[in-house]
Write a protein that binds this ligand. Structure first.
Ligand code: TXA
Ligand code: MG
Length: 319
């Protein structure tokens, strides 16, 4: 059994240039001081993350936004006002001093205020922001509990700040601003509909798996279990296509029965997409531990958080 760090211990480790696992409302993050390039490089090394994929800067509140970003459009302030602390990441022109290691050499920086009491206290205690990607090996399933992190990145077992199970369970929605238009780069725990309602305008979707990729993290395969995963519009039929395979099923509400189904995880028996997002990665971790031949995942309704869930499932299924 590993002891969790206290907030004070986590703060001191970050000040000393160490990497610390932090809880957020979306997924656990692998955090480092934004002013310490050696610590930031350690994040890339620990994750095996390609250097062209930039990191999100976590700050204590919207008032700190100008310390990392400049030329901030009015829509960004309105979204920050409406949704921070919360699962919304804003991509903005960076301040000159922000390390190119954080932005992958680009001129923009991604920033958000996480909605987790422990990490908010930590950020308030620190005199700097925390750069943090999700705390999983690159391309693998994101962690929604500290146990997930311990299993995937055991070297970090002593550097974890415990925060319980992540309430949202799916990453933040990443949004940018191009020529006066709001653009979604990654679907996440805040739905496009919620953003449109707050701004009273339509947003452009640049996050479709097959569209051009303005956001480096949005290429093909990602969020993937080791087990082969296939998306299905008709599970009952597809189950019959693989009679000799040990199958896992990831469905929203339906329960399927067949001799070759080892486990059927229902993400939300009542069909609630927030609940489904909350359970998604834990369900993928579970199914991936059962030595199955294949996971069949049901398409979610293409609205609200169903869009973000389908996005993660499609990337998990990508070859
Ligand atoms: O919910 C979350 O966002 C979690 C928690 C820990 O905050 N973090 C997270 O980080 O998911 P990561 O590194 O796994 O994903 C960050 C995403 C990637 O798709 C990356 O390409 C995009 O944000 N991103 C970061 N900086 C960007 C930038 N300057 N321009 C466009 N996209 C950016
Ligand atoms: Mg990630």
């Amino acid at each position: 059994m590993h002891e969790s760090l206290t907030i004070e211990q986590a703060a001191v480790l970050l000040e000393q240039g160490q990497v610390v696992v932090i809880p957020t409302e979306t997924v656990y993050g692998l955090g480092a001081c934004i002013n310490n390039e050696a610590a930031i490089q350690m994040i890339y090394r620990l994750k095996g993350r390609p250097s062209y994929n930039p990191l999100i800067v976590h700050i204590a509140g919207a008032s700190a936004i100008q310390s990392v970003a400049r030329d901030i459009p009015d829509e960004a302030y309105r979204l920050a006002e409406a949704f921070w602390p919360g699962p919304l990441t804003l991509v903005l022109p960076k301040q000159a001093w922000v390390s190119p290691l954080i932005t992958a050499g680009g001129s923009t920086v991604a920033v958000r205020v996480p909605d987790h009491p422990v990490t908010l206290q930590l950020l308030q205690r620190l005199s700097f922001g925390i750069a943090a990607p999700s705390a999983n090996p690159s391309n693998y399933i994101s962690p929604t509990s500290s146990d997930d992190v311990r299993r995937m990145l055991p070297v970090l077992a002593d550097n974890i700040l415990e925060g319980g199970r992540c309430a949202k369970g799916i990453e933040s929605t990443v949004v940018g601003f191009e020529n006066g238009q709001v653009v979604v780069y990654r679907h996440g725990a805040l739905s496009a509909e919620q953003i449109e309602a707050a701004l009273q305008t339509t947003v452009r979707d640049a996050a479709e798996p097959e569209s051009a990729k303005p956001s480096p993290g949005m290429m093909g395969r990602h969020y993937s279990p080791r087990t082969k995963l296939i998306m299905s519009r008709n599970i009952q039929k597809d189950v019959l296509t693989y009679p000799d395979s040990r199958l896992g099923i990831l469905s929203l509400t339906n329960e399927y029965h067949a001799d070759n189904i080892v486990r059927n995880v229902r993400l939300s028996p009542s069909g609630n997409l927030e609940e489904a997002a909350h359970h998604l990665f834990a369900a993928m971790h579970l199914l991936d531990s059962l030595q199955l031949d294949m996971i069949l995942a049901e398409w979610m309704p293409g609205e609200g958080l169903g869009v973000a869930i389908n996005d993660r499932l499609q990337r998990a299924a990508a070859l």
